[in-house]
Design a protein around this ligand. Sequence first.
Ligand code: HAM
Length: 422
Amino acid sequence: MTTIQSGKGFYDLFPPKSDQFTAIENTARDVFSRYGCRELRTPLVEYTELFVRGIGDETDVVQKEMYSFPDRKGRSLTLRPEATAGVLRACIEHKLLRKDEILKFFTLGPMFRYERPQMGRQRQFHQINVEILGSASHLVDVDMLFMLHRFLSEIGLTGLEYELNSLGCPQCRPAFRSALDNYLKDVQHDDLCADCQRRMHTNPLRVLDCKVPGCREIAKNAPVITQNNCEPCRVHFDAVVSLLDRSLLKVNLNPLLVRGLDYYQGTTFEVVSTNIGSQSSVAGGGRYDGLISQLGGPDMPGIGFACGLERLVMLAPAPSEPGIDVYITMHSDSFLEQALEIAQVLRAAHFSVEFPYVFRSLKSQMRSANKLNARYSIMLDEASSAQCELHVKDMSNGEQFTLSGSELPLQLRKRMGASLQN
Ligand code: HAM
């Protein structure tokens, strides 16, 4: 019979890679909680309209990357392509947003985009996402960049570039857009890629950060968005840049950084790496001050970012193989049930423990202990059973000692503590 494989762009996650995902997620929870963020979990499926209204009708994500399908009553549902719209929908629906209160959330989980799979680009991928709602202060922009930088540093990522831009607001964007329209009107349309020939009519800002070489050339001489920003946008962005200038976090100002989702205004940023091929964006985000009201909520500002977990895993140093605390070995199969009981006692005391479910030669048991990278092995035999004592071996140096059965967890814990201090 033919075997069935996972779909194109969808993949399985198993050890040791799944361990690495978990470790990065744990660091995210740890770092983000230090910045006051709490976890929010939203459904993987939302009504399609949420993304059309939230992300923007003309974006690549909405135009060609969404997994949308009708439910049994004919309403269009979509597998979430990103987290921000769902987070805001949840906050509005549950009336979590209050004037003069700041909400900070993080979310972790799978996203779905129908893109051409390649290194660093999947159709089901995972994002770690942070949103801060309710403050327009430039301090929040900087604090968020510090949070992102802290997180990326704590998972061991170095050599990343932080790109920063300000996309203006509904007051100054129209003037910039018409300056850009005028500029693009005069370029040779054939020099633009097919996507940008469409974008120049629907979403001309996206032409600025197209990666196709011909479009890049054209973008180089285009009007500069930060030079067209209104006074409040300029003051805000200058304050962000000046704070960052005084910090250890070095950023590059990139007036061509637009980002692919339409909700951004004001500060936007992206973290890029040159070590993961063409899919260089590790994280991206920015302000979306008009989005909450656009989705039917109060007029409140917001800012956020998301990191692609697969790309973080590609760049993070490989962690060492995890080991277990104890492997229980035995002289004969008559000790199998005793091994189960001892394992239970030790596991209840927070030790990780394995033992063979089927009796095998001692040599083979020791092989398993080594393979599992056990810190200690315990040997069960007639003598130890009679004296209620257990023979323990420190697998790191071969030292052997005897521990009383009743005090095993306590004594083992002391030994482990002592060896950690040495
Ligand atoms: P985004 O730039 O579309 O932003 O995605 C954020 C990150 O998700 C990217 O930098 C990349 O690491 C990862 N990513 C995106 N698509 C794929 C893919 N097909 N395969 C693997 N990784 C991928 C957003 O999604 C915004 N919602 C971020 C945000 C939150 N802005 C404000 N709040």
